[in-house]
Structure formats: structure tokens, C-alpha cells
Design a protein around this ligand. Structure first.
Ligand SMILES: [Zn+2]
Length: 429
């Protein structure tokens, strides 16, 4: 009798458990949602077809499902993302989020951390995905980001100004089901009523946020675009710094890089999401990354944020990211999906950018998009590797991404939690 709970996925090439090379002619045996074994084809029992369901994925390159640490599920990823977020009704935003999450998982991204979407959209969409009503990645949600009144992303955030209000906001997010707290430590390009060069919270308030989140064993991710913002986030020991740009608070100056703060960041094991994949996608469509920030929602025909003043070329930001990397900072792969040009099916652009903008080798970039970001999210022993006892999340690519990182593109097959949802370009859900 066939054991329906066992499925075998055969492939020409399977990523090894370290995500550093290929295993030839292997098969993954999956029980329910978990990998039971990874075997050479010759080690499989002869009468396999009588016992298990088999999918032969053929001449493809099988990786763990791609992991993205930075999404806004209901944003449009178009140059008018900001306008739409302000003007669309919740019903429109829900439809957009459902569509975005479907595209996302079908592209091969099987785990996504959403760092800021309206509470009444993010949590129900996750529930519908988890209950198998709609397709989508496994979601780790912050829900509404915490920001000051009129601050960055107030339109889908929770406005909280004082220490007491911020503590209450953290507790409210946890009550909704948040598994990460997102706080806006500086203003952002997306929000005209905020100032990206200025901090939004004192270090004392950020410390309260971290303390409160830690009571629930929940990490804190902070958006920060300015040098003062980074210093506050480092002093407050937030877990993840998002963007980590070094804008000087003076609009007549460029950036204010502080090496000693980077060293502290490394000592404290704080991760940085450089949001470079997003910048690469802008370059690919010939849009100048004028403000070098992910959150501008503008194209080349539009004016830069009023507060930016002296422009900073992307190359200068990249130079600082390279110094940070050389000092030992570790990077997560977060696309900032939903912001202009951060399409929900393009998380692979994170790996492209690490190779093309920071000079990483292809396997190192693949590892960043899988096991490294899994580790950063606190799931390093559960997802991000094709290894016994890990969740069976896979993405298959028809050309070798270890030879050319751009071969990491739309996945031809996707398996999520053991279930085939797309096989050889046939969508099954
Ligand atoms: Zn974002």
C-alpha cells in the first residue's frame, strides 16, 4: 500500500546541507512537511513507486526555498506605491496583498518576514495562507510598524510618541500576533511628513522597545537611514538594522560614517538588511537610484524627498556597506518588497546584488538568501537547508545559479512545507 504521507523529490542537482556545492542525482524523501532523508538515487528502495509518491524534477538545480526578511505585502512595488498606500481602501489592499503573496511563493520564495503592513490586512492574510485557503509563503509578521505621529509609514503604522505609548504599541502588536517588532528609528523617503535625516526616537525609548519585546522573546527590527539613527539602534541593541544608511543630520552634508559604531554592531551580533536588491532592480530598469534609499517611491521624473538636500550617490553607500562587511557585519536578504521596484516575485535580486554590487561569490550569495537569513530570523535549525529534519521548502531553477547568479530567477518548481505547489512550471494550486 502506498504511504501517502511520504513524497520523494528527485533532481539532477541538489544543494548540499552547507549551501556550498551540488550533490548529483539525489532525492529528498519528505514526510508530511519535514525532510526525512536526502539520498543518492541508488540508495532508494527498488519498489519505490509502490510505496511513495514520486516527483522527478529532472535536469534542474534544487535549492532550499528562498527566504526574504523584508516585505510590505499590500504595497504595489510601483513608482506610485506611496500614493496607492494612502488612497486605496483596505479591501483593495487585501486583494493586492493576496495577489502579491501568490506571486511571491510561485517565484520560489517560501518564507517572508513582513516588516510593516496594516494589522487588519497582514494577520488575516497570514491566517488564510496558513489554513491553505490561498497560496503564499510562510509569514513572520510585525503587523503595523511603530512610528511617531506623522512619522515614517504612519499611514499603515501605529503612531506612538512617548515611552508609555511605545510600550503599549509593542504589547498591542504582540496581542495581534506579531513575531517581530518593527520600529521606525528615523524618517523615511516614503513619507513626506517625516525626515529621513533625523531620528524619530531617543535611544532611551528604543531601549524600552527592545526590553518590552524581549519579555516576549521577540526580536526588534529598526528602519534607520541616518548616522544618528544607526548609533541609537546600536546603543539600544535592536536585533536588525534595516537599510543602515549614514546620512548626516545636516541636509547640506552627505553622510557621516562612524567606524566605531560599526565595531560595536559587530560585537553585539546585530544584523543589517542593506536592501540592495531593490536598488539593483531600479538600476535594471534604468531608474537612477537618486536618493539611494529603498523607501522613496519615486522615479527619475519625480523630485527627491524634501529633507534629503545634498544627494549621495549609490556608490558611496555601497563603499560604506563594503567597509561594514569587512569589519564583520552580517547581511540579511530583505528586498523591501512592495516599495517602488521591489516586486514580490523578485527576492532573488538580493543575491544578484550581493554578487554584482558587493563582489560576493555566487554560493555565498545563495547561502545569504537561504541559511544565513534563516539564522538571522531565528530559524537557522528549521529552514534554509536541504537537510534531514528541516522543513521541506524547495525552489528549483532550470539553469545553474552557482555559475551565473542571474540564473536564480523565477523558479520552475516550488515545494512548500512538503507540498508541491508548482512542478516543472505547472502551477498546482
Ligand atoms: Zn520597508
Amino acid at each position: 500500500m502506498k504511504n501517502n504521507s511520504l513524497i520523494v523529490y528527485k533532481a539532477d542537482r541538489i544543494s548540499n546541507p552547507e549551501n556550498s556545492g551540488w550533490l548529483d542525482n539525489h532525492a529528498v524523501v519528505v514526510s508530511g512537511s519535514i525532510i526525512k532523508d536526502v539520498l543518492h538515487i541508488s540508495e532508494l528502495p527498488n519498489d519505490l513507486s509502490n510505496k511513495m509518491e514520486i516527483y522527478d524534477l529532472g535536469k534542474i538545480f534544487l535549492l532550499p526555498g528562498i527566504i526574504d526578511a523584508h516585505c510590505h505585502m499590500h504595497c504595489s512595488a510601483t513608482s506610485n506605491a506611496q500614493e496607492l498606500a494612502y488612497n486605496e481602501t483596505d479591501s483593495q489592499l487585501i486583494i493586492r496583498a493576496v495577489n502579491n503573496m501568490r506571486k511571491c511563493v510561485l517565484s520560489g520564495t517560501t518564507t517572508v518576514r513582513d516588516l510593516g503592513s496594516k494589522n487588519n490586512i497582514a494577520f488575516p492574510v497570514k491566517q488564510m495562507i496558513d489554513d491553505n485557503n490561498i497560496p503564499g509563503p510562510d509569514l513572520i509578521l510585525s503587523g503595523a510598524p511603530i512610528t511617531i505621529t506623522s512619522g515614517h509609514c504612519w499611514i499603515f503604522g501605529t503612531e506612538a510618541d512617548s515611552k508609555d505609548e511605545v510600550i503599549k504599541a509593542v504589547r498591542r502588536q504582540i496581542k495581534f500576533g506579531a513575531k517581530v517588532i518593527k520600529i521606525m528609528a528615523t524618517g523615511g523617503m516614503f513619507t513626506p511628513t517625516s525626515n529621513p535625516r533625523r531620528t524619530q526616537y531617543s535611544v532611551e525609548i528604543l531601549k524600552e522597545v527592545v526590553l518590552e519585546a524581549k519579555r516576549f522573546n521577540i526580536p526588534v527590527a529598526a528602519h534607520t537611514l541616518s548616522a544618528d539613527g544607526i548609533e541609537n539602534c546600536v546603543d539600544a541593541k535592536v536585533d536588525h538594522l534595516i537599510h543602515a544608511r549614514w546620512y548626516d543630520k545636516n541636509p547640506n552634508k552627505g553622510i557621516d560614517f562612524r567606524k566605531e559604531i560599526v565595531k560595536k554592531m559587530v560585537d553585539q551580533n546585530q544584523w543589517v538588511d542593506p536592501t540592495l536588491g531593490h536598488q539593483l532592480l531600479r538600476k535594471d530598469v534604468n531608474v537612477d537610484p537618486i536618493n539611494s534609499s529603498a523607501h522613496d517611491g519615486q522615479d527619475k521624473n519625480m523630485k527627491s524627498h524634501w529633507a534629503i538636500g545634498k544627494d549621495v550617490p549609490m556608490e558611496e553607500h555601497i563603499e560604506k556597506l563594503l567597509i561594514m562587511q569587512n569589519l564583520g557585519v552580517r547581511f540579511t536578504t530583505g528586498l523591501d518588497m512592495g516599495m517602488a521596484f521591489g516586486n514580490h516575485d523578485k527576492s532573488v535580486a538580493n543575491a544578484w546584488s550581493l554578487v554584482e554590487l558587493l563582489g560576493w561569490d555566487n554560493w555565498k550569495a545563495i547561502k545569504a538568501s537561504t541559511s544565513d537569513t534563516a539564522e538571522a530570523l531565528g530559524f537557522g535549525e528549521k529552514i534554509g537547508r536541504i537537510k534531514k529534519n528541516f522543513y521541506a521548502n524547495f525552489a528549483a531553477f532550470s539553469k545553474d545559479p552557482a555559475k551565473n547568479i542571474r540564473n536564480l530567477s523565477d523558479a520552475s518548481s516550488v515545494i512548500k512545507n512538503g507540498k508541491p505547489i508548482k512542478i516543472n512550471n505547472n502551477v498546482l494550486i
